[in-house]
Write a protein that binds this ligand. Sequence first.
Ligand code: TRP
Length: 469
Amino acid sequence: MGDRIRESWNTRLGFVLAAVGSAVGLGNIRRFPFQVGEEGGAVFLVVYLCFVILIGFPAMLVELSVGRKTNRNPVGALKMFGGGAWMYVGGLFVVMVFVIFAYYSVVSGWVLRYFFDSFTGAYTEDPAEYFVEISTGLDALFFHAVFAAVAIAIVALGVQRGIELAVKVMVPSIVVLVVGLAVYAFTLEGASAAYAYYLTPDAEVVLSNWHLVLPAAAGQAFFTLSLGMGVMITYSSYIDEDRNLSKDAGMVVSLDTLIAFVAGLIVLPILFTVSDGPSTVSGAGTVFVSLAGAFADLPYGSLVGAIFFGILALAALSSAISILEVAVSYLIDEADVSRFKAAVSVGFVAFLLGVPVTYNLVFIDLLDILAAEILLVAGSLLLMVLVAWLGTDKAIEELKKGIGDLGWMGTTWVWLIRVPVVVVLVVSLYLGFVDYAEFLREDFADFLVGEIRQLQEEPTRVSPIAYFF
Ligand code: TRP
């Protein structure tokens, strides 16, 4: 590190809001409600809650203590915490920034587009056709660029003047608007059918599909809490010694879970009011198509649509900045690059990687399953092993600084991570690999075969580039 003074949060609240802003994102609103409804209602919810409490919470504590202990970006932090080879795990985190940001920004670009079009009503006429039109090609590319540019600008402004200021406005707005929409959704005709679909326990689904439900629940828990990629290490590297880390972790985990839960109380009643519920989770566009269609038929539909996509855009933005910040802090700390240059170069490369996604949506699954079910789980697993088997004393000492003597909780916490968490993660990781292999063999292979066939039939269509024009 050069002579630059390392940045830090301005206020206590700033850090918590930034962490909540990172956690609450597309994952909470776009995926979670559908997953619950489809994969066993209340039973899935219980499985998921167990994951969040028994695995997400300790994993969050691990990241927070590593970050605060070292005051470094994930690469520097792991090098300091565990020694030489561990910095490659930090390197893996930095690579993941690009994998996740690339598709996250494309999907967020759609959200922006839908937000603006709520005012014109453009998506109400033929929602399915509209989605096909805007989700790929130049339209998608443009909004992907706009979204990425805003995220880059916030990160470039710095920890206090950029990220902290932005989340202080965005996170409270998200909470207020989410509560408002939930109240509105409660008054809709389809509310009771939706609640039944959402919460009726169906143990059968979970039991017969456990090999899919388990990695999905684990992946979602990590993804939604922004764990396994060093986001929390990075954010907690900007805090002071006097924070109570378990309290902060508890706050982030519970707010995130609560907002995901309430998102279901919004999305599902809307869908049940205009039709008989969500068709299927699969396909990145389902939520967009079905909800856009619904807003056309609802009381105050265009206002509700604007608020809904507005919330989604804020949630996506406050998450996207945290993803970029991991790689940006790495460049600032380790390569002594200025924040502005780091933000622009990281953001630009991540933007470029998102370009193929705007060519064909199969790339979303290609990156999303890889990230959520494999990379984040592997990242967390490695961190857990490092901290709970190799660095426990340091981590506990760090936690103590914020909360005093941990008593029995200290040792329970460590054993929880050492054995059950590690076992569950290894199993989830294995199942995630199996799931991903199946995706590659089926959906992705179909896509490639289709592309090749098209090239043979239409030799003039020389390259995917032509698609954009
Ligand atoms: N948690 C965010 C969501 O639910 C996404 C996110 C932000 C994320 N930062 C992350 C996911 C880091 C994994 C790793 O949408």
